[in-house]
Design a binder for this molecule. Structure first.
Ligand SMILES: [Zn+2]
Length: 96
């Protein structure tokens, strides 16, 4: 067995995490119980809806709302070509 594979194991033995949905392996360091793909499938439509229905949404708001990482939101927004809506009633909005 390669030594390097043991380096991330601690005294409690191998820590392995599996996606609750599809059962695939997810990084132990992941704070989530689902893999990225499943999270995306599940949450992306909601995120999209949220963006469409709310003004002044940004990554931080979404991350808080859905309890996921800002970088994930960022990825989805970019991949999904989602656009944050500006609040037409506020003049001092700065482009993100
Ligand atoms: Zn999964």
């Amino acid at each position: 067995m390669a030594r390097s594979r043991l380096s991330f194991l601690n005294d409690n033995g191998p820590i392995v995490k599996y996606c609750q949905k599809c059962g695939c392996r997810i990084p132990v360091s992941s704070p989530y119980d689902k893999c990225k793909e499943c999270m995306k499938k599940e949450l992306f439509p909601k995120v999209k809806e949220f963006i469409n229905e709310n003004y002044d949404v940004n990554e931080m708001v979404l991350a808080q709302e859905f309890g996921i990482d800002r970088s994930l939101i960022h990825e989805w927004v970019r991949e999904g070509h989602l656009e944050y809506k500006k609040n037409p009633f506020r003049g001092d909005y700065r482009d993100m």
